[in-house]
Design a protein around this ligand. Structure first.
Ligand code: SF4
Ligand code: SF4
Length: 387
């Protein structure tokens, strides 16, 4: 076969078919490679021809890609799915860590799944869903499930910056090449082929658009090839595209949205700020107090949950009342990251200090690393009652 006798376009298509075969790790070039290469030619005639015959070209192209993807022992496909699975497992674990914390997750992954089957199931289901999305569902996630586009359509107005097609410049389009008197769009479909959600941006902004900008790059490449200025598809507002006036960025809507976002950010930061530890003070089990040689002794349990990831030593102190003595067998109280512990302390002071059987006290718990909690507590003495 004398390839040099073929037209330039045919030689390019053969080269593209060969590239496709090696890209899919196939040992020979088949009809599917050749047909796909023809359909992907930016200024080729196959696509317009099939369009005229009312063949659904986008679907045909998608089917060809799927067929090539599934053909033979495809190491590329295996490797791709392996990477997807790895990413899905990582994301499944990250999702689980939101609920159980990083410290617990670190322990769980070193232990048998049967010991934490609930957490393991959450991770497994999340991994399965993410893998399904990456490997099969793909852009349908954007077009069917993701609320981004719906939200976007509510927030935009005619002066919002969108990805738009310059109809005034592009129309009337001419198939295959630019002709005098026609617009700059040569109806090559490169923008449609590049679009991950399969829409034609020339029909205006649509809900499916995820603003990825791939149609802009595809069209700019074509414009470069036919020696026309880039930007037939570009970032612009509907207003600017229709009137030719420059985009106006500073508008009341932009200021209001910025303000609302700031408020949301501050509110989320406040909600997200959590204490590094929780301290609970409880009365001791049994009698609330005991008397000994003119002194009253309260037994109290102090429970601390360390919410940080590292071990902490919590110092327990009695800030008031003056003259009271605290006996704490475990002080400081050592607690591993993410764990909790409790200890008993005894507060002793002269019985005469009690007014009506009650006396206000204040405990202080600190970890020497910025966490300090002052907790009021009511001591009980003779004539007092436990609440
Ligand atoms: S921006 Fe992305 S999703 Fe939107 S039309 Fe262009 S290629 Fe398609
Ligand atoms: S807008 Fe650009 S990429 Fe899309 S069909 Fe027209 S010339 Fe081709």
């Amino acid at each position: 076969m004398r390839i040099d006798r073929f037209t330039q376009k045919m030689q390019e298509a053969l080269q593209s078919a060969q590239d496709l075969a090696s890209q899919y790790n196939h040992s020979e070039i088949g009809n599917e490679h050749f047909l796909l290469a023809l359909l992907q030619q930016p200024e080729g005639i196959s696509r317009p021809l099939l369009d005229q015959l009312q063949v659904p070209v986008d679907q045909l192209q998608q089917q060809l890609q799927i067929q090539l993807d599934q053909r033979g022992p495809n190491f590329r496909r295996l490797a791709k799915n392996g990477v997807f699975l790895l990413l899905a497992v990582v994301l499944g674990n990250v999702f689980l860590s939101y609920f159980v914390g990083v410290h617990a997750l670190r322990t769980w992954v070193t232990e048998a799944p049967a010991r934490h089957w609930g957490g393991f199931m959450v991770m497994g289901v999340t991994t399965g869903l993410v893998f399904f999305d990456f490997a099969y569902f793909r852009e349908q996630m954007c077009t069917i499930i993701c609320p981004y586009a719906r939200l976007q359509s509510v927030l935009l107005d005619r002066r919002s910056l969108i990805i738009g097609y310059d109809e005034k410049r592009g129309e009337p389009r001419s198939k295959g090449k630019s002709r005098p008197g026609n617009g700059d769009c040569i109806d090559c479909q490169a923008c449609v082929v590049a679009c991950p959600t399969g829409i034609d941006i020339r029909n205006g902004l649509q809900l499916d658009c995820i603003a990825c900008g791939q149609c802009i790059d595809a069209c700019d490449t074509i414009m470069g090839k036919i020696n026309k200025p880039i930007g037939l598809v570009r970032y612009a507002s509907q207003d600017a595209l229709e009137s030719g006036r420059p985009n106006r960025f500073l508008r009341p809507r932009v200021a209001i949205y910025t303000g609302l976002l700031l408020v949301l950010f501050v509110a989320l930061s406040l909600v997200g700020r959590r204490q590094q530890a929780d301290v609970t003070i409880l009365r001791g089990i049994g009698a609330p107090f005991s008397e000994n040689a003119g002194d009253t002794v309260n037994q109290i349990r102090i429970k601390v949950r360390n919410r940080s990831d590292s071990p902490r030593a919590y110092r327990l102190e009695l800030a008031s009342p003056i003259g009271a003595q605290m006996i704490a067998p475990e002080n400081p109280l050592l607690i591993a990251g993410g764990e909790q512990a409790s200890t008993s302390v005894f507060v002793s002071l002269p019985t005469k200090a009690f007014q009506g059987g009650r006396l206000q006290a204040q405990f202080r718990v600190s970890d020497g690393q910025g966490f300090i909690a002052n907790i009021p507590y009511e001591l009980l003495g003779p004539q007092g009652r436990a609440r």
